[in-house]
Design a protein around this ligand. Sequence first.
Ligand code: URA
Length: 327
Amino acid sequence: MGNEISELIADVREQVLYMQELGVRTLDAEIALPTAAPTRETLRGVPASPEISNLGSEILNKQPEVTKPVDRPAAGSRLASLPSLSSRPKNAFFDKYNPQESVAKETLDDALVAAPIVDQKPIVGVPSIELFDTVPAMPEPTETIEAIRAEIGSECRRCKLSTLGRTKVVNSVGNFNADLMFVGEAPGADEDAQGEPFVGRAGQLLTDIIKAMGFERSEVFIGNMNRCRPPGNRAPEPDESVVCKPFLFREIAVVRPKVIVVLGATAAQNLLETKVPIGKLRGHFHDYLGTKVMPTFHPAYLLRDPHKKREVWEDMKMVRDYLAASI
Ligand code: URA
């Protein structure tokens, strides 16, 4: 019997890993939990004979001797590269398997053996069971834009850009309640001098684009991945971005826009955590913690290659139409 249980556990584990590999995140199923202890047969939907049910409850009522974890699949097999269920966080499928009590279950063995379902009434029609960890969501706003700015300070020295000729820390501007947000790379010379993002030639073009979409500049929120000007307008380096971008992410969580337009490769790749080129990213919506993200070419690039305006306008029409439909 011990062998059969081990086999069953290995079976279930393989099925779950396979579903995970297929990208299944939730399972909608009508589940009637057995009044008797679950057995190989009842778990598979085959009516259990009383004998087998009793054997099952014996095992469930006895302290588990579970010591040996189920072996990993053979090296090189389809499942070998998948994570072990025993290392999964505890909030997913097996914690929800028994909705009346959440039992700490470190392994699949624990989950099956520890589930105290013998005395439960059948539960029919559980609407949805999460098989795997939930998709990360935008954090709840617990602060204000002003508080974030105060924390950054006007003399920020968190990265080397503070020693490389920046004049001003350039904070985001606009409507703290905006549906639409634009995110650029880093301030240029004009922005560094005035302390406001997108006020140079590229900024003027961005303002025109915003107006062409039917908005005023003051209605949207405009920021940059980095708040200090890199020397010679080079792209911010990873060590500079890593300390600065969390402030922008916190602002996004406060403003909670419906759409974020990311301007240029650096901003888009930073927000979406990808190396895919901007030419491939643009033209369709991506996701950032449940918020729509539209990458497009940077206005400075449009100044160098005006033919690209057509693509940018296509992207902006998609954003405009999405916002119009989501009112
Ligand atoms: N380019 C950017 O990416 N941001 C600015 O603020 C100005 C130019």
